[in-house]
Write a protein that binds this ligand. Structure first.
Ligand code: MG
Length: 204
């Protein structure tokens, strides 16, 4: 399986990092080794001094597809979860300055914790307006709704599938809203989808 991550998909997040708004979805990959095993803490990696959290809705692809038309994209996913796109912002900044790929900043081991449970699309109050949030040490850190995305889930699926075949079990991180920030050792992150607690993580 592969993990596809969308960058700059919320206006206010693009602004907070001084990035231009994209004309098409920007995406990159994380390998399967970026998943965090069940009940494991996130160990702060020693190659970075600035690890940021990015809380994101995560879509699971349910069948193989290529060149998917936007109008049919909804049939390629029926479950949504939540994840953290951990980012070594210091390394990413250096990569960006030099025009280098982002892998060392984005694709490292355990950089993509995903909730164990997913919510079925039909169980959402409104699939066009999926609310999610993350609390850092008990305080609101990020909150948004899928309505605020620049590119919708269906547009993302259609776009990405022009370039790479999507397969059952692939995960798409759909981008983070504003409010990204640093994590420190001993921080606790709790993620909610609608009002359901989906994932709890500790930084060690
Ligand atoms: Mg992200």
């Amino acid at each position: 399986m592969k993990i596809i991550c969308i960058g700059r998909n919320y206006v206010n997040h693009a602004k907070e990092l001084n990035n231009p708004l994209p004309e098409a979805p920007v995406f990159f990959l994380k390998p399967e080794s970026a998943l965090l095993p069940k009940n494991h803490p996130f160990f702060y990696p020693d190659f970075s001094n600035e690890i940021h959290y990015e809380t994101e809705l995560v879509v699971r692809i349910n069948k193989v597809g290529k060149n998917i038309q936007e109008k049919w994209a909804y049939t390629y996913w029926d479950e949504i979860g939540i994840g953290i796109d951990f980012t070594a912002r210091d390394l990413q900044r250096k990569c960006k300055e030099k025009g280098l790929p982002w892998e060392i900043a984005k694709a490292f081991d355990f950089s993509a914790p995903v909730s164990r449970g997913f919510v079925m699309k039909q169980d959402l109050p409104d699939p066009e307006n999926i609310r999610f949030r993350m609390e850092l040490n008990g305080e609101a850190a990020q909150a948004a709704t899928s309505k605020d995305m620049i590119f919708s889930i269906d547009q993302i699926i259609s776009y990405v599938s022009q370039f790479m075949t999507l397969k059952m079990g692939d995960l798409i991180f759909t981008g983070t809203p504003e409010g990204v920030g640093e994590v420190k050792i001993s921080d606790s992150l709790v993620c909610y989808l609608e009002d359901q607690k989906m994932m709890e993580l500790t930084v060690k």
